[in-house]
Design a binder for this molecule. Structure first.
Ligand code: PLP
Length: 395
């Protein structure tokens, strides 16, 4: 079976794990250890020198974590992967590995609030500048790339406006100039989108979200070619230290087994709720990649995503207070940031996930005060619809 190309659903359960290497345990064991013993001083020396394989210390590698990394590399169609203590640990390890003082990062117009915070920190402390680009045409991208652009950083769908970036187009232009393209694939998971197969170089995730799927882990993961992953593993991960705990890696391995089944259900529920929201007079605009009102984005969606995903943003007729009143009327749907969990969650980006983004920048990103983001869970969609319906009636 080893070399056969297995399907995604099968790899999500089996990739990276060989039970014969682990006392025939069906489930990957949890190696909850900080360090490893050497049979002799010489063996320790050889392992530190890289002359002999084997584990040394869990900040430098752990068997449970390694299974997760191999599985994620397979699912994202990359050569190798590295797991982190959070999505932000992954983002910061990648951006600091790719840049030096004086460099420039070109970003999609709209990124997660803390990634925005990190970019400001890099600019303020290390003179690594950044700009946002709509990246909606070859001309626009060519104009926005600078001679010192060291990497292109993309979220698609963009959080929380759900705009899409054409990954094939960006990758082709970046390749001509030797600029690595990094994609935060958190919103899709590899089940819906595999940026490396479209020519992008590095993929990262807040594994806290769909990869975990159960709302009980904070983690991150980076996938790329072996050389890049080795570099990060030996520098910005090893020396800054944002590694995942073995137990969290074990939970992610468990979550991954059901990723395809969960994603199908998230997507189906989201599609049904979009249909309902579209016909409701108190809902102003719906931001959803599968929404045919998004004509341009819709074609990109069909090109690079398997399905539109499980996240819906929508704006309510009224003001910020109306949006907050609506949230407060919900009974089943929980008010919480994060996404990709079994529970349906709603949040208000302007005052929550994107509160750190200054108002003028937030508006340029399309984050209005009446915008809400719904992470559609795995409940019966009828119950979710009824909850939203009764809350809309009360505003
Ligand atoms: N990227 C995206 C798109 C996110 O939504 C988040 C968190 O919400 C992050 C990165 C950061 O991940 P974490 O919270 O796991 O550090």
């Amino acid at each position: 079976m080893e070399n056969k190309n297995l399907r995604f659903e099968t790899e999500a359960i089996h990739a990276g794990y060989h039970s014969g290497e682990h006392l025939d345990s069906l489930v990957p064991p949890l190696y909850q250890t900080s360090t490893y013993t050497f049979e002799s001083a010489e063996q320790g020396e050889r392992r530190f020198a890289g002359e002999e394989g084997g584990f040394v210390y869990s900040r430098l590698g752990n068997p449970t974590v390694k299974i997760l990394e191999e599985r994620m590399a397979k699912l994202e169609q990359g050569e190798a992967a590295l797991a982190f203590s959070s999505g932000m640990a992954a983002v910061s390890a990648v951006l600091t590995a790719l840049t030096k003082t004086g460099d420039h990062i070109l970003c999609s117009r709209g990124i997660y609030g803390c990634t925005f915070g990190l970019l400001q920190l890099l600019e303020g402390k290390y003179n690594i500048s950044h700009d946002f680009s709509d990246m909606s045409s070859r001309e626009m991208l060519e104009e926005d790339i600078r001679p010192n652009t060291a990497c292109i950083y993309i979220e698609t769908p963009i959080n929380p406006t759900m705009k899409l970036v054409d990954l094939e187009l960006v990758a082709a232009i970046a390749k001509q100039r030797g600029i690595p393209v990094v994609v935060d694939n958190t919103f899709c998971s590899p089940y819906l989108q595999t940026p490396i197969s479209l020519g992008c170089d590095i993929v990262l995730h807040s594994a806290t979200k769909y990869i975990c799927g159960h709302g009980d882990v904070i983690a991150g993961i980076v996938i790329g070619n072996s050389e890049f992953i080795q570099t990060v593993s030996r520098t910005t991960q090893k020396d800054m230290g944002g590694i995942i705990s073995p137990f969290d890696a074990w939970l992610l391995l468990r979550g991954l087994k059901t990723l395809p089944v969960r994603m199908d259900r998230h997507c189906e529920n989201a599609n049904r709720l979009v249909e309902f929201l579209r016909s409701h007079p108190k809902v102003e605009t719906i931001y959803f990649p599968g929404n045919s009102d998004f004509v341009e984005d819709n074609s990109i969606m069909h090109k690079q995503m398997k399905k539109p995903g499980g996240l819906i943003s929508f704006s309510i007729n009224g003001t910020k207070q109306t949006a907050q009143l609506f949230m407060n009327q919900l009974k089943l749907i929980k008010i919480a940031v994060s996404l990709g969990d079994a529970e349906t969650l709603i949040q208000h980006p302007a005052t929550m996930t994107h509160a750190v983004v200054p108002e003028n920048e937030r508006r340029k990103m399309g984050i209005e005060d009446t915008l809400l983001r719904l992470s559609v869970g795995l409940e019966a969609w009828e119950d979710l619809k009824e909850d939203i319906e009764q809350a809309l009636e009360r505003i």
